[in-house]
Design a protein around this ligand. Structure first.
Ligand code: GUN
Length: 281
C-alpha cells in the first residue's frame, strides 16, 4: 500500500517561507502585487481564480482582479496587459486560461512582460527553462517537482515518464525533470502502447485530463505517481489515474483534489514574491 502525498500540507509548509519573504519585501516598503485577469465565466476558471486570490490574501500579497466579459476583444485584453506591464505597483500578471476562442492565447501571453510573467508562459521564460537559465517556471510543473521531492525520492538517474505535452505542464515538467538529471520520456495522445513506457517509470507525471487513463497494471511497483489532471466525473473530481488501485502499487501518489492543485497555487505565490524581490534587487 502506497502513501498519499498530502498536497495541502506540503503547500502549507512552503507557504510559511513564502509568507516570510512577502513580509521582508513589505518591510522594504513594497507590497507584492499580483494582477489576476479572468475573461468570461468559465466556472472552473472562476473557482481557480478565487482560490488564487484567497491564498494571496492569506500570505499578504495584494491582488488586483479584472473580471472581463466573454465578448472582450483581443485588442482590449492586450491593451489591459500593456497597461499593467507599465504599472510599477504590479509585480505579477496572470491571465487565467483558457481564454474565449476568439482570443489568441499566444498573442496575449506574448504581450505580458517577461519580468511579470509569474505563470512562466511567455516564450522568453520558456526559453530560459529550455536553456537552463533563470526565469519564471510554470507553477504546476514546478509544484510537481516539489511534490516528488517531498517524498524524499532522489530524482537523479530515475526514469521519469511524462504523459501530456502541453506548454503549461507536460513540456516544462519534462524539462524540469531533465534538469534534475532524470531520464525523461514524453508520451502523448499519439503514443502507441502507453503502458510499455509507464511500466518503466520510477516517477510518473500524468497531465492529460482523461479519467482512468492510467490503471494499476500500468504502474511500476514502488513508483511515485503525480496526477495533474482535474476532471469532473458524475459530480466528483477525478484525475488521470485510477487512484484506488494505483495506491496499491505506487510508493507515493497524489490525490485529486488535494494533491497538485494546492502546490500549484503556492508556486504562483512564490513566483509573485520573487517578481517583487527582483524589483528591489
Ligand atoms: N489554467 C489552468 N492552469 C493554468 C495556469 O497554470 N495558469 C493560467 N494562467 N491559467 C491556467
Amino acid at each position: 500500500m502506497g502513501k498519499i502525498i498530502d498536497g495541502r500540507a506540503a503547500a502549507a509548509e512552503v507557504c510559511i517561507e513564502i509568507k516570510a519573504r512577502v513580509q521582508a519585501v513589505c518591510d522594504k516598503g513594497v507590497q507584492p502585487c499580483l494582477a489576476v485577469v479572468l475573461v468570461g465565466d468559465n466556472p472552473a476558471s472562476k473557482a481557480y481564480v478565487g482560490m488564487k486570490e484567497k491564498k494571496a490574501a492569506e500570505l499578504g500579497i495584494k491582488t488586483v482582479g479584472h473580471k472581463l466579459p466573454a465578448e472582450t476583444t483581443e485588442e482590449d485584453l492586450i491593451a489591459l496587459v500593456k497597461q499593467m506591464n507599465d504599472d510599477p505597483s504590479i509585480h505579477g500578471i496572470l491571465v487565467q486560461l483558457p481564454l474565449p476562442k476568439h482570443i489568441s492565447e499566444d498573442n496575449v501571453l506574448l504581450n505580458i512582460s517577461a519580468a511579470k510573467d509569474v505563470d512562466g508562459l511567455h516564450p522568453e521564460n520558456a526559453g530560459m527553462l529550455l536553456t537552463g537559465r533563470e526565469g519564471f517556471i510554470p507553477c504546476t510543473p514546478k509544484g510537481c517537482v516539489k511534490l516528488v521531492e517531498s517524498t524524499g525520492t532522489e530524482i537523479s538517474g530515475k526514469n521519469c515518464v511524462v504523459i501530456g505535452r502541453s506548454n503549461i505542464v507536460g513540456k516544462p515538467a519534462a524539462l524540469l525533470m531533465l534538469a534534475k538529471n532524470a531520464t525523461v520520456t514524453m508520451c502523448h495522445s499519439r503514443t502507441k502502447n502507453l503502458a510499455e513506457y509507464t511500466r518503466n517509470a520510477d516517477i510518473l507525471i500524468s497531465a492529460v485530463g482523461v479519467p482512468n487513463l492510467v490503471t494499476a497494471d500500468m504502474i511500476k511497483p514502488g513508483a511515485v505517481v503525480i496526477d495533474v489532471a482535474q476532471c469532473r466525473v458524475d459530480g466528483a473530481w477525478r484525475g488521470d489515474v485510477d487512484f484506488e488501485s494505483a495506491l496499491e502499487v505506487a510508493s507515493h501518489i497524489t490525490p485529486v483534489p488535494g494533491g497538485v492543485g494546492p502546490m500549484t497555487i503556492a508556486m504562483l505565490m512564490e513566483n509573485t514574491v520573487e517578481a517583487a524581490e527582483k524589483t528591489l534587487a
